[in-house]
Design a protein around this ligand. Structure first.
Ligand code: ZN
Length: 390
């Protein structure tokens, strides 16, 4: 035991004082060491892969963080929203609960806009312990929760309040069919018609297929012309690049699903799938914390602009999905997969397939115009590539 640990034990502090102090540090700035402390804590064995009792403990940990920030509880007088199970308990016949969402809010300051709200979220659950192996879920989605806590801290500590109300929600049960966010939409704490934007982040600290180092993908801007403009205008910090994609390209892969179904404009932030996805190797030491910090700053800025804008985004029933930027983003990914032969030793047939995709993408970029036919082709091939190559 070192001197510091002996002191911690004597004061009955948690065994890793450095971690606790970095987590508990309250500052309006978003620092790499704070984000790192949150991810290491949430991915630790203490939370058992954030499923079952481990998820319950993680939800308490997040609620404590909201309370420390003096944010108001989102669900009447509670930070918790229990998620009912769909079938009654076999033995008791009573309705049980499968988990709980955690939520807090900061009230808007503008008398004309404060009933409108913006929701910033990240799921905190993961897949647990299987065959005695811990699945820490550091990227999926301790990184998203770390961002959520630090952005909430920013809004809680800064002097000016946002014009619209901002809710911060950590969803449970995302990994088992979006049960947490689905229940939230069925029994929302404030009217859904007043919810102007839904923002969520799932995996913010790695890189798609280990090749898209500088990229964060932003999906959903097609749901609203105002959101599209905002995403085009927002300037990420140097070293971070926004790759705009349409959500249709990947289908429903995170908590935006139930909100999109209710026609709430939405954005989904993610650095994408990597080889450690849903494996015991999704560990905290593999996270790029500088990238996570840049992502958190980007999401903070987007949230603030949405909270303070004169006009809220409107849902677009007929979105413009013929987006040359999307083609360029997909092309960058496909090109890198082809060029990094050592990292992606593709069998000949697959290489041919990916080469074919790259060639057509290059033709579209040269023409600088996406047609409806290109779009159909892209959707088909994106799914094929997701299923076979990544
Ligand atoms: Zn996830």
């Amino acid at each position: 035991m070192t001197g510091a640990l002996a002191l911690a034990a004597a004061l009955s502090l948690p065994s890793d004082p450095w971690l606790s102090w970095a987590e508990a540090e309250l500052s309006v700035e978003i620092h790499t060491h704070e984000l790192r402390a949150h991810v290491y804590r949430l991915a630790s064995p203490e939370f058992k892969g954030r499923r079952g009792p481990g998820a319950a403990r993680a939800s308490k940990h997040i609620a404590d963080a909201f309370e420390r920030l003096k944010l108001q509880p989102l669900f009447k007088d509670s930070y918790f929203q229990p998620i009912p199970s769909l079938v009654p308990d076999k033995e008791t016949g009573k309705e049980g609960f499968v988990g709980r969402n955690v939520g807090a809010f900061i009230a808007g300051s503008d008398p004309a806009l404060k009933d409108e709200w913006i929701l910033l979220s990240a799921h905190f659950d993961h897949v647990g312990v299987r065959d005695d192996k811990l699945y820490p879920g550091a990227d999926d989605n301790a990184t998203g929760v770390a961002m959520l806590l630090e952005v909430a801290e920013y809004f809680a500590l800064r002097k000016e309040r946002p014009r619209r109300t901002i809710a911060f929600v950590a969803f449970d049960q995302e990994e088992v069919g979006l049960l947490g966010s689905t229940h939230f939409c069925v029994d929302p704490p404030r009217p859904i018609r007043d919810l102007k934007v839904f923002l969520t982040a799932d995996m913010l600290g790695r890189s798609m297929a280990n090749v898209m180092d500088e990229y964060v993908f932003v999906l959903g801007s097609e749901s609203s012309p105002q959101l599209r403009k905002l995403v085009e205008a927002v300037k990420p910090e140097e070293g971070l690049k926004v790759g705009r994609l349409t959500a249709e390209l990947i289908g429903t892969r995170s908590d935006y699903g139930p909100f999109r179904d209710r026609k709430v404009p939405f954005l989904f932030f993610s650095t994408g799938q990597h080889p450690d996805y849903h494996k015991p190797t999704d560990t905290a030491n593999r996270i790029d914390y500088e990238k996570l910090r840049r992502n958190a700053i980007l999401i903070r800025d987007v949230t603030q602009q949405l909270a303070d804008a004169d006009e809220a985004p409107k849902w677009d029933a007929k979105p413009d999905v013929l987006d040359i930027d999307e083609i360029k983003t997909v092309h960058a990914l496909v090109r890198r997969v082809l060029d990094r032969k050592e990292q992606f030793p593709l069998p000949d047939k697959k290489r041919e397939l990916v080469e074919g995709v790259a060639t057509r993408l290059e033709a579209i970029i040269k023409r600088d115009k996406v047609t409806a036919e290109d779009r159909t082709w892209l959707l088909w091939n994106a799914r094929l590539l997701l299923a076979t190559v990544f």
